[in-house]
Design a binder for this molecule. Structure first.
Ligand code: ADP
Ligand code: MG
Length: 697
């Protein structure tokens, strides 16, 4: 359907209790007081909550809402909500009620959310508290329920953060505080707040729902645990940016509309590298808003796909042998009037504000590489990182030769100044001359400077971006604090810049980060690789990390430890579910199918030989199938034994044991199963194949 510009303008944000809506619906003094709270991080005046609640309810009810829900983000990286009806019985009739108290505070049983030991058993209650810096919005569920969603923080009775939003809010505060200090020293007298802006690119697979329903591994674990390679994968490079198929394009249109209504500016969409893989990028926004919007995007991807007879797979590696899915996190810093501090301008070598902030980010990556790796660590992302389409599990920063030379020059370490590549001519006069990007885009780097922002590419497609952005803001705040300390003590900006550069230049790498040569070189430079989630989580609970989070008021020691526990717990549980799913599918589906074929081959052999013919083909196949069946059964027994033996007690050692016992055995089982799949007749193979799933839509 064609849409006019007015229709689009009306649609965008129509379900958001936005600043514009508040301005028209709130009394002026209330609106102003609320704004002060939001802009300056002041405390919320409870007296105005009553008025805001009334206005919110009226607005929501006009749009058909019957419920309100405190919407929060527990430590499992997902979103949670409890819906309450506005409806209250009153004097024989009903009243639609929503009080200031109900807006500000809610109660939820915290015992069913991961708390990492934070929630003492005698105090199971958790509290949700309105985050007035994030706009409330209306959600229309396909089942017809329309509810007013109020973004909230989630904390324990003792005030400890039980969610991913609270630490992110605290980290953004810390970042602002330190950035403003640095700006003051550099002669900026007016900036009062600095925030991190984040733009997230979300990759996903879309497959037919009927096929999805027939793969219990996809349903239980999000990925296929086995599946032979189809004759065609992504080797023709005919999928990336290709014309989008009708069914997918209709899906994207509906997704966009749903997102736009909720004020999520879905901007770019295209086919990704693997067959049936796609991407949607949302326009950047304040880090907290961007993380919220990404949660909404993930939710809507699933819902809209289901509505259209498809399944959106958000797992990092749903299919082996083709590219996995990530979530690129584009990151910059801006002042309240929208100035991007990471914008190099025309003469970066003279732009000391840019240079100091730029180098502070690079220093932060070098200093706390392990924490950044941790923020992207999960059992599912382990299958993607280090593969040939995704960053290695080690941090380095790409800035390009041009900027490198400019920084060296600005530090007084080199005479050379990069003059740029000049113009690129396409040789076709009707195509405008393109200016060569000074920072040629490097696709292999885990952390790349791309013009006026940094792009972190390790994060997995299914992960919440909140933890990563909490870490980003905290580690950068810490570097800025050190810069401010020195500047306030009277050190020259250039001297500070030079020290940052010489100390941290080892993390800068402009070459191919996927190459073996780089791994060797990185080792020489003393950079650390964190091959799996287990090593990455360990960085969280070091004294250095705990001190960092405490220093900036982002997380207390107990809050840090609880997060490590939650991650270890999730890791072990994921592996346990995967192992159990594999056991079940092998026993119920693969082994019986393979044994049927074994039996049929044996019968064929007997019958044919009885007819006096030779059976070299049957004999060969029977031997092969028997060998694979035997190997599969043997490794399956090992896996079952491991499941009986391994404890689920949460600890780093246990996580390591699970990893070392379960993953290699599952790989053996998979190898046998995939070998069987390649020889079994299609009518005997019990589940949809890779080819059918990847090339169906
Ligand atoms: P690519 O695929 O080349 O990495 P995309 O256009 O898909 O680029 O995505 C770029 C993302 O970066 C978008 O989400 C965009 O909004 C975001 N972005 C652009 N400028 C900034 C900025 N200054 N700060 C943070 N994010 C930004
Ligand atoms: Mg990108």
């Amino acid at each position: 359907m064609k849409k006019s510009q007015e229709m689009l303008a009306d649609m965008f944000g129509q379900n958001v209790f936005s600043d514009k809506v508040m301005q028209t619906r709130l009394p002026q003094n209330v609106y102003k007081t609320l704004h002060r709270t939001v802009d300056e991080g002041a405390e919320l005046d409870p007296a105005i909550a009553e008025v805001i609640a009334a206005a919110m309810k009226e607005w929501a009810v006009e749009r058909g809402a019957t419920h309100y829900t405190h919407w929060f983000q527990p430590m499992n990286g997902q979103t949670a909500e409890k819906q309450d009806a506005f409806l209250t019985p009153h004097a024989g009739g009903v009243l639609l009620e929503f009080t200031g108290k109900a807006l500000i505070r809610g109660e939820a049983d915290a015992s069913s959310f991961p708390s990492g030991g934070l929630r003492a058993t005698f105090e199971a209650r958790g509290y949700t508290a309105w985050d007035c810096t994030s706009p409330a919005f209306i959600r229309e569920d396909p089942d017809g329920v329309i509810s007013l969603c109020i973004p909230t923080a989630f904390c324990s009775y003792a005030g400890e953060a039980l969610d991913t939003r609270t630490p992110l809010l605290r980290a953004q505060e810390a970042l602002s505080r330190q950035a403003v200090r640095v700006l003051r020293c550099l002669g900026d007298t007016h900036t009062r707040r600095v925030k991190a802006n984040v733009g997230l690119e979300q990759e996903y697979f879309l497959i037919d729902r009927e096929l999805y329903r027939r793969r219990r591994d996809l349903i239980y674990t999000g990925r296929t645990l086995f599946g032979a390679r189809p004759p065609k994968g992504q080797e023709m490079e005919d999928q990336y940016y290709a014309a989008i198929r009708q069914r997918v394009s209709e899906f994207m249109a509906e997704l966009n509309e749903e997102l736009w209504k909720m004020g999520v500016a879905a901007k770019t969409q295209h086919n990704e590298v693997a067959p049936s893989q796609h991407e949607v990028a949302v326009l950047f926004d304040d880090a907290v808003a961007a993380c919220d919007q990404n949660q909404l995007t993930m939710m809507l991807l699933r819902k809209v796909a289901a509505r259209r007879g498809m399944a959106a797979l958000l797992h990092e590696k749903p299919f082996e042998g083709v590219s996995g899915s990530g979530k690129h996190n584009n990151w910059s810093l801006s002042t309240e009037d929208g100035r991007n501090l990471l914008n190099p301008g025309k003469h970066p070598e003279e732009n000391i504000v840019f240079l100091l902030f730029f180098m502070a980010v690079i220093a932060a990556v070098d200093e706390h590489a392990g924490l950044l790796r941790m923020a992207a660590a999960s059992a599912s992302n382990d299958h993607r990182l280090g593969g040939h389409e995704a960053p290695t599990p080690m941090l380095s920063v790409f800035i390009g030769e041009a900027l490198l030379q400019m920084v060296e020059h600005a530090c007084g370490l080199s005479e050379r100044v990069f003059k740029g590549h000049g113009e690129i001519s396409t040789g076709v006069t009707t195509i405008p001359k393109l200016f060569a990007d000074d920072t040629d885009r490097n696709r292999t780097s885990p952390f790349a400077f791309t013009g006026n922002k940094f792009e972190f590419r390790m994060l997995g497609s299914s992960e919440s971006a909140s933890t990563l952005n909490t870490v980003m803001a905290t580690v950068v705040a810490d570097q800025l604090a050190q810069v401010a300390d020195r500047l306030e003590a009277g050190d020259e900006p250039v001297a500070v810049l030079r020290d940052l550069f010489t100390t941290h230049r080892r993390v800068i790498f402009n070459g191919n980060s996927y190459s073996e040569a780089w791994r060797e070189e990185a080792k020489r430079r003393g950079l650390v690789e964190y091959p799996t989630t287990v090593e990455a989580i360990e960085t969280l609970t070091t004294e250095k990390s705990i001190a960092l989070f405490e220093r900036h008021g982002v997380l207390t020691r107990t809050e840090v430890i609880s997060r490590a526990v939650v991650r270890e717990d999730a890791y072990i549980k994921t592996l346990r579910i995967e192992a159990r799913t594999m056991v079940k599918m092998m026993h119920e589906l693969v082994l019986p199918a393979a044994m049927r074929w074994q039996d049929e081959l044996a019968q064929q052999k007997r019958h044919i030989e009885a007819a006096g013919m030779k059976t070299p083909v049957q004999t060969g196949q029977l031997a092969f199938v028997s060998g694979q069946v035997e190997a599969l059964a043997r490794h399956l027994a090992e896996l079952e034994e491991a499941l009986r033996r391994l404890h689920s007690t949460v600890s780093c050692e246990n996580a390591r044991e699970w990893r070392d016992a379960v993953l290699p055995t599952m790989a053996e089982i998979r190898a046998a199963s995939d070998a069987l799949e390649t020889v079994l007749p299609r009518d005997l193979w019990p589940v949809p194949t890779y080819g059918e799933m990847l090339f169906h839509v």
